[in-house]
Design a protein around this ligand. Structure first.
Ligand code: GAL
Length: 316
């Protein structure tokens, strides 16, 4: 791609549409690795669910793309495959595999992927973990958990400067988020966790850090439909977190540009250069969902997302 064209089809180096939704980025060895949900095939709506629009595709697993410049993306294949036959597997195509995020563990030298694992009706509410000795995978699936017995749906990972890593997830029927410190090998939740954004109905968490302050951008819970993003900030990662305003500016800021947060890429923390990654879902044709990536910087303690279309991250 010559530049980021918001909401258009983005093609990889082979000319195929990039299929990496609800994604996240790992920066390792001067390379960006983009992991995301493979959404392929027909979108159907679960007929037995009336209270909300449960549109879904078969779980396609997790894709991986790599890039040096965030524009030209090489397809690295399926990092974590879904399971076609074993109906009891967390990764069976009838399940939900969403919002994969990967971090690198310096001690074990392993790449650790966490993701939202669910049943078609979202009643399972668990966090799955997989591991690989190469950034691109294949990842070996270990298990899913409910951290400290708590529900876990939309989630993200955050690795702090001191090497500690955290799982941040919508819990308590999506009413309240929680943040849980992971074990030193990043493979298990610890008993250190806190309830945050209490009764605020937030999901789609994307966290970053700037000048020792933590920021968490989230959406309201309205399924695949867009709504207004809000950010929260905190001095200590485990809280207290204070809900603040909408970080989006410009046209369609109140619907997050018809999209939903998924990740914030740190380009250069010192230079205050970040990228806000969001999904513009197409709920009745999920494979045709698109990406919105916009410049984000912090001004007087407030994250500001600026609409730019087209946009070249080099010229931020
Ligand atoms: C959204 C969530 C998505 C997906 C969807 C299912 O609220 O952010 O990741 O789970 O619900 O309806």
């Amino acid at each position: 791609m010559a530049s980021i064209a918001q909401g258009k089809i983005w093609k990889d180096e082979d000319g195929n549409a990039i299929n990496a939704h609800g994604g996240g980025i790992l920066y390792f060895d001067n390379t960006y690795y983009w992991f995301g949900e493979i959404k392929k095939g027909k979108t159907t709506r679960a007929a037995d669910i009336r209270s909300w629009e449960d549109y879904r595709v078969e779980a396609g697993g997790v894709s991986c793309y790599s890039s040096k410049d965030l524009l030209s993306w090489k397809y690295e294949g399926i990092a974590l495959a879904s399971a076609k036959r074993d109906t009891s597997s967390d990764l069976h195509i009838s399940k939900v595999i969403e919002r994969p995020k990967v971090i690198y563990n310096e001690r074990t030298r392993l790449f650790v992927m966490w993701m939202h694992i669910d049943k078609y009706d979202y009643s399972y509410a668990r966090a799955g973990v997989a591991v690989s000795d190469k950034p691109t995978g294949p990842y070996h699936y270990i298990r899913s958990v409910r951290p400290n017995g708590q529900m876990s749906r939309d989630m993200t990972l955050f690795k702090d400067d001191d090497g500690k890593a955290y799982l941040i997830y919508s819990s308590e029927d999506n009413n309240t988020m929680q943040i849980c410190l992971l074990s030193d090998d990043y493979l298990s939740p610890t008993v250190t966790y806190n309830r945050i954004l209490i009764s605020a109905d937030r999901e789609a968490p994307a966290m970053f850090k700037f000048q020792k302050r933590y920021y968490l951008i989230t959406s309201l819970c309205t399924g695949w439909d867009p709504n207004k993003a809000l950010y929260a900030s905190a001095e200590n990662i485990l809280g207290a977190w204070t809900m603040q305003g909408n970080p989006c500016t410009g046209p369609d800021a109140d619907s997050t540009y018809h999209a939903q947060s998924t990740f914030v890429i740190t380009i250069d923390g010192k230079k205050n250069e970040f990228i806000f990654m969001a999904d513009r879902w197409n709920k009745t044709d999920l494979e045709n969902s698109r990406y919105i990536w916009l410049p984000l910087h912090v001004e007087n303690g407030k994250p500001v997302i600026v609409w730019k279309d087209p946009w070249n991250p080099d010229k931020q």
